[in-house]
Design a protein around this ligand. Structure first.
Ligand SMILES: *[C@@H]1O[C@H](CO)[C@@H](O)[C@H](O)[C@H]1NC(C)=O
Ligand SMILES: *[C@@H]1O[C@H](CO)[C@@H](O)[C@H](O)[C@H]1NC(C)=O
Ligand SMILES: CC(=O)N[C@H]1CO[C@H](CO)[C@@H](O)[C@@H]1O
Length: 387
């Protein structure tokens, strides 16, 4: 496949295809269409419809989206060994899953030929289709996850994105065209789980639960998160999907570590998720009100989770070691499509498909606000700004 290794002429034409209607390059129109036809014939001889719905997809997050950024870091939060990747075409890559993560599946639905490359290894023109900055154990707060070792907190992921933007300006050769290009891309952000799991609920390592009530801590998280999302906007993002927290009290690790006192899940941790989500939704409203040429959407993973029909939702498919990640020496369960959890924290590919489908094209509006990713990518910002 040549999707990430296009020759430079085809690459530029693919960038310019997405800028077709920008006035300054109208003159190039005919020439570019020619280029696009040529490049398509060279690249995708057997596939009729390969145009992605957006030119690029930038991914911010934690282990639910990490695709290899932690591989070279000194941390316990790594998944670049078997049986991780047992159902992934390239085997173990650093994904905390047996197969594709939710953002991989979203990229496929958008029509990308290749998975979005991790920042750690993306070079040259790889970055034009987007970059994945996600890092296992990372959080909104910089200190989150530090008991595991190195990680890339959201603040650092944003600085890495700034580096990508300047590389893109070099490739595209023009600041304004780059801004236009970046405004057409999809951005997804899923942070916050670790600020509870690998911070607030670990009083032996972090002082936060002594210093703040759950409400206060959640308030601080949301203040910081809103600021970070504004920074993403300042770097040119205009179509941003924000993932709410899932039921963090239902992971096999939470149940094992904290006990449930008769409930199915750890109630206080699920309360934390709900509190976070209940503040995130109005934050999305506020961002949409303040930044009228952008569109933020909120995806309710907590609600979606309540609706699943999986047979096994309380134990992971692989045998785990003490930290809750898979034991490399024991074969995982064979019937992976029947499990919600792959290890003690992370969903199986089958469950990721379930989440991605309901985020991408929702059959109703219960869990997407104000609409789904499919509508976000086709959203016309010009129309929104002139309202
Ligand atoms: C969780 O939230 C419910 C509903 O708000 C509340 O009644 C309950 O006391 C909370 N439980 C814990 C352990 O915080
Ligand atoms: C999955 O396979 C394992 C091992 O064969 C078996 O013990 C388990 O009951 C199966 N689970 C389901 C839900 O079929
Ligand atoms: C993509 C990008 O860097 N755009 C910049 C172009 O220049 C203006 C003004 O200097 C900046 O505000 C943009 O951020």
């Amino acid at each position: 496949m040549c999707g990430q290794k296009l020759p430079i002429r085809a690459l530029l034409s693919s960038i310019k295809m997405h800028l077709l209607f920008s006035p300054e390059i109208k003159l190039w129109w005919v020439l570019l269409v020619l280029f696009a036809v040529v490049s398509k014939q060279q690249c995708y001889p057997d596939n009729g419809n390969t145009e992605s719905q957006v030119p690029c997809y930038f991914i911010f997050g934690d282990s639910l989206a990490d695709s290899g950024n932690n591989n070279h870091l000194q941390t316990l939060a790594k998944a670049n060994y078997s049986p991780y990747g047992i159902d992934f075409p390239d085997g173990p890559t650093g994904r905390f899953c047996n197969g594709r993560t939710i953002v991989d599946i979203i990229a496929e639905k958008l029509g990308f030929e290749n998975f979005i490359p991790p920042f750690a290894t993306a070079t040259g023109t790889d970055i034009v289709s987007g970059v994945n900055y996600a890092s296992g154990s990372a959080g909104i707060r910089d200190e989150t996850g530090q008991q595991q070792g190195q990680r890339i907190p959201f603040n650092k992921q944003l600085r890495n994105h700034q580096i990508t933007v300047s590389r893109l300006i070099d490739i595209i050769g023009n600041n304004e065209s780059t801004s236009l290009y970046l405004s057409k891309c999809l951005y997804s952000v899923g942070m916050g789980s670790n600020d509870y799991i690998n911070n607030y609920f670990l009083p032996q390592y972090y002082p936060t639960s002594h210093e703040y009530t759950l409400e206060q801590f959640t308030g601080l998280l949301l203040e910081e998160y809103k600021q970070q999302l504004r920074t993403l906007y300042e770097y040119g993002a205009r179509k941003i999907a924000v993932f709410g927290l899932g039921q963090i009290g239902c992971t096999p690790d939470a149940v094992h570590t904290y006990g449930t006192h008769g409930s199915a899940c750890v109630v206080i941790m699920n309360n934390a998720s709900q509190l976070f989500n209940s503040r995130l939704k109005p934050a999305v409203d506020q961002l949409n009100n303040d930044l009228t040429d952008a569109k933020f959407i909120y995806i309710d993973f907590y609600g979606i989770a309540g609706d699943n029909g999986f047979k096994v939702d309380n134990i992971g498919c692989c045998q785990v070691e003490e930290g809750g990640l898979c034991n490399p020496n024991i074969p995982p369960c064979p019937n992976r499509t029947e499990y919600v959890f792959w290890d003690s924290f992370h969903p199986t590919e089958a469950y990721n498909v379930f989440l991605a489908e309901r985020s991408f094209s929702a059959s109703n509006d219960f869990y997407v606000y104000p609409f789904d990713i499919r509508n976000l990518v086709s959203f016309n910002q010009g129309a929104a700004a002139s309202k």
